[in-house]
Design a protein around this ligand. Sequence first.
Ligand code: NAI
Length: 296
Amino acid sequence: MSALTQDVKVVVIGAGAMGSGIAQVAARAGHTVYLFDGRAEAIAAGRAAIEKDLKFLVSKNRLDQGEAAATLERVVPVATLAEAADAGLAIEAIVENLDVKRKLFAELESMLGADAIIASNTSSLSINAMAAGLARPGRLVGLHFFNPAPRMALVEVVSGLATDREVAECLYATARAWGKVPVHAASTPGFIVNRVARPYYAEALRVLAEHEASPATLDAILREGCGFAMGPFELMDLIGHDVNFAVTKSVFEAYFCDRRFAPSPLQQELVAAGRLGRKTGRGIYEYGELAAKALP
Ligand code: NAI
């Protein structure tokens, strides 16, 4: 199965951390990308984040100035979803909530052409549960990017029981054409990466709760000693504790409350306090100027 051609338009719904990064990836690969969000200010912020990162890449000689300008030009903000009705691929990156996503998919299905593919960037929710309400569940597939999407190579292409094989293979080929390293995964809770990662975060949070070591020490050990690009607390601050907590709860519940996947009360408290990580300037660490810096 071949990749989507560049003339296929893409609509990205949700212009937050992941949606803006995914829009950047698709636009850089040559697609016109409609960028939509329920909040107008998020669309502007998402496009500004793309512009900032493209400028950063140009400043590091990793991107040609002309290509950066053309990429940005291909990101088209839209105020309503109806303006994106001619998209051949919709990628959803909205809040990690099944009911909200289902509502969006129903709207997308009524609006898009019969052959359009609908992809979800969900971290952990069931593709089967999302597809259940659709008239054509075969066109729904998980397309799980990692944060930050323009830098991270891995993409999980997640098939539900009803996902058409051609749809999954087309997105696998498309992700490759976009410079990513795709893998096929089945729709199981957390797929592969987020299933394996839950006990990893949980153990780091337990060590912290038991006052065995500081976050900085734990991060340094896992970064310097084990070769991770970021330690667990640095990574949770990047992901956002709201998102990470929602994913943890979802995986925990989906595995019938298996204790291996239990969320930490500390995550809950961070979310309750609004200390969501880099995006609010404070999570496990404090940021300020650091949060304002472009991605490394
Ligand atoms: P975010 O909070 O940065 O952005 C979400 C955006 O969606 C917000 O701008 C919000 O206004 C918008 N939104 C919410 N409901 C909407 C609706 N019904 N219609 C239109 N727009 C709506 O969240 P983030 O981190 O970008 O996560 C988005 C999705 O990507 C979630 O499903 C999350 O689990 C997944 N994900 C997150 C990763 C991360 O590291 N943050 C990594 C991989 C996947």
